[in-house]
Write a new protein. Sequence first.
Length: 202
Amino acid sequence: MSSCNYVLLLDDSGSMNLQTTTFNMPNTRWIELIDNVKIIIEFVGNITKKTIDIHFLNNKSIYNVSSVEQFILYLQNNNIMPGGSTPLTQKLKELFDTEYYKKCRCQINAYIFTDGEPDGGYIHFYNLIKHRPNPSKYPISIIACTDDERNIAWMDKLDDDAPYVDVVDDAYNEMNQIKKIQSMNNDFIISIGTYILKILFG
């Protein structure tokens, strides 16, 4: 992990204000996302000593995030809250087109948090990811931010078809899947830490 760089792309569209379920607790999709990002910042910072670049769909990016405090202060100072559309394809293409992505010599791990289909439909987003150059250098994890599988069914095609792509369900559905797999292991404990490791390592 210490040889990689880390990039987050966060969905801050209006639908992120909707309710979801986090480990059997009601929450908004946005609050669940922020909680997960805070843990990722701590984990990456403590284990790899790396900073993280964080991009939003409808707000300005923040670079070289090294602490949760820095991230939260940025959200507060810039009044970043969910609102707007889901220009996921456009934002990801802009990221791929940056000099950082084109010239970085090390692997870049990208984590995309979203709760719905991109503006203009998913097929353009699908093609952008499936046909990106050098996918082994640019692995992507797509994290669902809703427990409503009707909104994220399109992600399964990417999980099946696109190279070096991992799709992670929201915490509630992921927990239920793990429970089914580990049904015979009464000692297996599911926690938010387990879920974050699934996001980071697939």
